[in-house]
Design a protein around this ligand. Structure first.
Ligand code: FE2
Ligand code: FE2
Length: 478
């Protein structure tokens, strides 16, 4: 964690604590009560510290607090308090509060009124409107009410997209650097990779769909590296679905990033060969997991970390029935990480464009093909979870609709409608390419007939249309 992060965590924690402490005594004490006075004074002090001469915005969005647009990091000991505050805002129909710089001129009495109004708002029929009226009547112009919105506050959304994109690119560079150092037999550390893994886990926990969207990034020339980062993202998302802890998710991310480290030793013309491989060439390919294991063991990292990371290269080509490679000469059980990576690795490889096949498979085709090998190559529970996570039409799939329109799957807004995604309509940009226009929810029904407004005719592979889905996900961030 950077010094800046820990400072923000410290101050943010203090702020929530002061807010919480102020909101309780106001219910039972008079304003001349000593405890009441102390709580108000403390709140004013922390507020001024946090705002630092500017305004201060606190938002609650998707179960996380954001201070000045930055996600508030929690300490374990503040959890119960944070949980309580998470109910405090919705009970008042609030998404957040904005303290304008003039709050510095507010008196002690103003703060008492503010605390009492917030407290009483919970009992009103329309708390935000009531609060707005009361604030105006009491002359508290230094406070703005941010009402609960269906939409995501755009600045948070943009920051997150930008952060996601930067993290992806940094992870890509890191994998490349480590791979190159490893192939030159120089010392390669994974400290940077660990830091990025932590950020990726954070982002996956916050917005899985965005990270699944990012995993559609393809780079034909740098296939192995984009593939490695994609496998990390897909594995983490699957790991999250089965409830792995944050620490395990971080390790899984690193396993994903370095699972193909052994490919560095495979001549590039074999990897990019458009024809069938001969036996010797196949042997080369089949050796990459064990070469990867050796490379990982030479990485500059703790023994504990290396023993985790080797699970990636070792297990990602082993099948559920213990076939695959490397050949096992003893009966062993597969590791959970290996089984997860096996699924993420195959899915990404099938959906990527490769030299040796005329076209890549569309996401739904890939999932169908994998399902045919369930219980043989893939763990049934994990594959089921993976398919469920990806949805019938995974994020990044292009759908042809009965209206003749094309829609890029960007989200599944409702867990109960896993067959009806939200799509971004793709229209001709007048220059021979496609651009995103409006967003449609395919779960929307015609009000009169009750049937869906649009039907899905078929899936198309994005490469057929010459588009990279990830570009559309990150559109606003670029
Ligand atoms: Fe591999
Ligand atoms: Fe791979």
């Amino acid at each position: 964690m950077s010094a800046q992060d820990s400072e923000l965590m410290e101050l943010g924690g203090k702020f929530i604590k002061a807010f919480h402490h102020m909101s309780h005594p106001v219910r039972i004490h008079q304003e001349n009560n000593q405890l009441m006075k102390e709580c108000i004074a403390q709140f004013g002090k922390v507020l001024a510290q946090m705002a630092g001469g500017e305004e201060l915005e606190i938002l609650l969005w998707r179960g996380r607090f954001f201070l000045q647009g930055e996600k508030l990091l929690y300490r374990r000991e503040t959890f119960p308090l944070i949980n309580e505050m998470m109910e405090y805002f919705p009970q008042r129909g609030l998404q957040g509060l904005r303290f304008l710089p003039t709050f510095r001129k507010a008196s002690f009495k103003d703060f008492i009124i503010f605390a009492r109004l917030l407290d009483e708002a919970a009992m009103q029929e329309d708390p935000p409107s009531w609060l707005e009226r009361q604030l105006a009547d009491n002359g508290l112009q230094w406070l703005e009410i941010l009402r609960e919105m269906d939409d995501i506050p755009p600045d948070i959304e943009l920051r997150r997209k930008e952060k996601a994109k930067q993290t992806y690119l940094q992870a890509l560079t890191t994998v490349k650097e480590v791979a190159q150092k490893v192939s030159q037999r120089s010392v390669a550390g994974i400290r940077k990779a660990r830091r990025l893994a932590q950020t990726m886990v954070d982002l996956v926990l916050e917005d899985e769909t965005l990270m699944l969207g990012l995993s559609t990034i393809r780079d034909y020339d740098d296939y192995t590296y984009t593939h490695s980062v994609n496998v990390a993202l897909l594995s983490m998302s699957l790991g999250r679905r089965i409830g792995l802890s944050q620490a395990f998710l971080e390790q899984l991310a690193i396993c994903g990033m370095f699972h193909d480290l052994g490919k560095v030793e495979v001549p590039k013309d074999i990897i990019t060969k458009p024809d069938m491989l001969d036996t010797g060439e196949w042997e080369h390919i089949r050796r990459h997991p064990l070469i990867g294991v050796h490379r990982v063991l030479r990485l500059h990292a703790s023994r504990d970390m290396r023993s985790r990371v080797v699970l990636g290269p070792f297990g990602h080509h082993l099948n559920y029935d213990l076939s695959g490679y490397p050949r096992l000469h003893f009966t062993e059980t597969l590791t959970l990480f290996g089984k997860i990576l096996r699924i993420a690795d195959t899915y990404d490889a099938l959906t990527a464009e490769r030299a040796y096949r005329p076209r890549s498979f569309s996401p739904d085709e890939a999932l169908r093909m994998m399902w045919e090998r369930v219980g043989v190559e893939y763990d049934p529970v994990l594959l089921k979870t993976f398919i469920n996570m990806m949805g019938l039409y995974p994020v990044g799939t292009v759908l042809k609709l009965d209206s003749g329109e094309l829609g890029l799957v960007v989200d599944y807004p409702s867990e109960s409608e896993r067959t009806r995604p939200q799509v971004l309509l793709l229209v001709d940009d007048g220059q021979g390419s496609l651009r995103g226009s409006e967003m449609l929810n395919l779960a929307d029904r015609d009000q009169k007939t009750g049937s869906y407004e649009r039907q899905i005719v078929k899936c198309l592979h994005p490469s057929v249309l010459g588009i990279q889905p990830s570009e559309f996900f990150l559109q606003e961030a670029s």
